[in-house]
Write a protein that binds this ligand. Sequence first.
Ligand code: MZP
Length: 502
Amino acid sequence: MATVLKEPSRTFNEYLIIPGYSGADAIPENVSLKTPVVRFQKGEEPEISMNIPLTSAVMQAVSDNNMAVALAKEGGISFIFGSQSIESQAAMVKKAKSHKAGFVPSDSNLRPDQTLQDVIDLKAEKGHSTVSITEDGTSDGKLVGIVTSRDYRVSRMDVDTPISEFMTPFDKLIYGKDGITLSEANDIIWDNKVNQLPVIDDNQRLKAFVFRKDYDSHKENPNELLDAGKRYVVGAGINTRDFKERVPALVDAGVDIMTIDSSEGYSEWQAITLKWIRDTYGNKVKVGAGNVVDADGFNFLAECGADFIKVGIGGGSICITREQKGIGRGQASSIIEVAQARDEYFKKTGTYIPICSDGGIVYDYHITLALAMGADFVMLGRYFARFDESPSAKLMVNGNYVKEYWGEGSARARNWQRYDLGGDGKMKFEEGVDSYVPYAGTLHDNVLRSLNKVKSTMCNCGVLTIPDLHKNAKLTLVSAVSIVEGGAHDVIPKEISTTGNK
Ligand code: MZP
């Protein structure tokens, strides 16, 4: 007869944290959110840690090279989506790895023979007022001038005027030479009272811009996550089908860590993939695996050599796997059981394998709950999709700004490899939906606010580190009526939040 678990499958909303004694030193400034990302031996330091316990989901609508840079600046890791060609994914990794803080590749570019109308259209599309004018209109073509809003007046000029007639030409430009440091670039900007500095190579080809408005932001990233060469740490998703070609391309592009992206990871496919990576690269290449929801799944992937293990099936905001296939488990029950298995594995073998709670985070306090239940870090899709830095389109729907957000199992993403069980390589039915999420502004502002809440709750528990939260957190199940008591109740709220920021 089948095994039927006695406990129901429970999720975050069913738990609360009971505060513990807080000493006078339990203040948010003293909290460290540093957390291990890859397996390590007792008494040793993990080769990769994060400064904040957040990763962004392996999804088309969430994690590209922009997101990778934005999240690494805050101290987390983005896993660039794998449901694209090997070449384009490797190019994204390369872009993120070669990103130099403060040096921005030009994304608004035109040719000198194009017109004022083209400038107006591009400004409306990209939202940037600086346009580089290159010989061939590419972002790394030979720089012949720039156009900013100081160079034209729409009300006084014919929209057919060629750019060459009103741009600031190259011989009048202040520019920097490739190889200058950010502080040298900023000195040139300040000395010459310009708002932006194009940086060119020996052949006058454009490499990047440094903007005056960014000056402050580059001074204040105390948590940024850098590799030994001071480049941002970047992750990427792989699958169990084309890993023999994809992994080498990503490694060549400089990726720091990968994860097998699969909706259900307790399988021989993952064992084969992990074995090939270990046989080919030893322990030099770091790779997570998953997703699993119980101790059996964890122990299997631990023995296969996964560097970290992702937990969660069917809890994602865009996921309909549970409805379609009837598999999955409440995220809280999954994390609690897997965390116990992780601790037992550590006791038995002396190897600590971090676990990642993937999907289903709705409120900021769910992040704290996941950590308190034993997760070392969390992976979020919906959360990051709402920000400026996500790759999807920002639209106005019913008077509110939204961003598009679609599941990897939706017909739109067509990521059949994520759901593949070794068949004919075709998607048979959808396991995800296409949706909108409320637009919520910049990643920096939101992450700051969310993590302030996490730190504040940790102080309420009297703990200053995530490992101490694991050891000391006290959790309670909540009844349906006490959930009602927890929100504003018996009053008429004056404002209803439209940002989705909870
Ligand atoms: P969430 O943060 O939006 O709740 O969940 C994001 C997670 O959902 C991803 O990291 C991934 O594990 C999972 N996901 C992505 N696509 C689908 C789908 O189409 C999905 N079903 O479940």
